[in-house]
Write a protein that binds this ligand. Structure first.
Ligand SMILES: Cc1ncc(COP(=O)(O)O)c(C=O)c1O
Length: 384
């Protein structure tokens, strides 16, 4: 049996989406910037994709910029807004301590350019308290960037309140909403978002395509320059099959939202109940309350997360120790460190992320394999 429980790393492309985007490789392959009929057909499709994305997040289609993924979208927004709005008085950006590396590294690059960067702490549940933002924000702040949902522990932030505080200080607000679809109903207007990032492959669309939703009233310096596509905000030939795939997948994710949430929650809760029953000395990392129903991050006392992961992989069960990007980094999770997990436990964690294709019998098989692995690994662990 093969069990894929790493849906926060990436998802399988839904076959319905694949069927819908195939013609954009083989028949409707025009360049959306070409003036002839094939190009115009592609341009109209591109406009349709922008409308679908805008509808899903209650935004305006002119503000939808397609990128190569959320890494690019986050780099573009964070560096682009900071660089374009820097003045003698405004020189600071604020990010949370648990952002994805593409946000943290963008911020680090800004430090090298002389910007001041401050990091919002999270509480033990993985939540940013509004007071924490109030303490850091001031009139020198250009941008605040806080992810809507964390990729490792699935915690959901109160983005609306954080955006409101940000605007009270005349700064702009960005959220990395990559892990939020379809768990949160994203509404850029109600939530007060200036900028938002999405990634197609996290919701059953293709890899290598993302969205930077921008507020056109705010100055932003492009990251990629060239032929002037996307009104100069992002040059490069439009990846139309990818773009169509992202747009259809986003639409489908919200159309099927309630059944999907119910399904993953029931499987996630079943998984946790079964783990607790079958395996001693385990604990959930982060809040189970303010988290997406697809995520379960568990600490297994006195075993290495990597050892569990490899053992499970041999048995056909695919999980993660945290984010996919940190899979080769054995220093332990900075997200779990930020929620105050004891340093002895930082390398003993597994992230299970459930999705559209998982079944109850897969969960039974996973826990059986897991119980065997933990028992075996603990039998030769020096820590008891
Ligand atoms: C929260 C978050 N932000 C950004 C990214 C990067 O997205 P992409 O793979 O589209 O570059 C990821 C991917 O793991 C993520 O989980």
């Amino acid at each position: 049996m093969k069990v894929y429980l790493d849906n926060a790393a990436t998802t399988r492309v839904d076959s319905r989406i694949l069927a819908k985007i195939k013609p954009y490789f083989t028949e409707k392959y025009g360049n959306a910037s070409s003036i002839h009929a094939l190009g115009q057909e592609a341009f109209l499709a591109l406009e349709g994709a922008k409308n679908l994305v805008a509808k899903a997040i209650n935004g305006d289609s002119v503000n939808v910029i397609f990128t190569s993924g959320a890494t690019e979208a986050n780099n573009f927004i964070i560096k682009g807004v900071a660089r374009a709005n820097r003045t003698e008085k405004k020189n600071k950006i604020i990010v949370s301590a648990i952002e994805h590396p593409c946000v943290l590294e963008s911020a680090r690059e800004l430090i090298k350019e002389g910007f001041k960067v401050e990091y919002l702490p999270v509480n033990r549940e993985g939540i940013i308290e509004p007071e924490a933002l109030r303490r850091l924000i001031d009139s020198s702040t250009i941008l605040v960037s806080v992810m809507a949902v964390n990729n490792e522990i699935g915690t959901i932030q109160d983005i609306t309140t954080l955006a409101k505080i940000t605007h009270e200080h005349d700064a702009y607000f960005h959220t990395d909403a990559v892990q939020a679809v379809p768990y949160l109903k994203l509404d850029v207007k109600k939530m007060g978002l200036d900028f938002l990032s999405l990634s197609g492959h996290k919701f059953y669309g293709p890899k290598g395509v993302g969205v930077a939703y921008i507020n056109r009233q705010v100055k932003i310096k492009p990251l990629i320059i060239g032929g002037g596509q996307e009104d100069g905000y992002r040059s490069g030939t439009y990846n139309l099959p990818g773009i169509m795939g992202l747009a259809y997948a986003l639409e489908l994710a919200y159309q099927e939202r309630s059944a999907y949430l119910k399904k993953v929650k029931s499987l996630r809760d079943y998984l946790w109940q079964k783990i607790k029953k079958e395996i001693p000395n385990v604990a959930v990392n982060g809040s189970l309350k303010d988290r997406t129903p697809a995520n379960l991050n568990v600490m297994f006392h006195s075993v290495e997360g990597e050892a569990i992961l490899m053992d499970l992989s041999f048995k056909g069960v695919y999980v993660s120790t945290g984010s996919a990007c940190s899979a080769t980094d054995l220093r332990g999770s900075y997200v779990l460190q930020a929620i105050g997990l004891n340093k002895n436990f930082l390398n003993s964690n597994i992230r299970f992320s459930l999705g559209r294709y998982n079944t109850r019998s897969e969960i039974d098989y996973t826990v059986k394999c897991l119980a065997d692995s933990i028992k075996r690994l603990r039998s030769f662990s020096p820590i008891k």
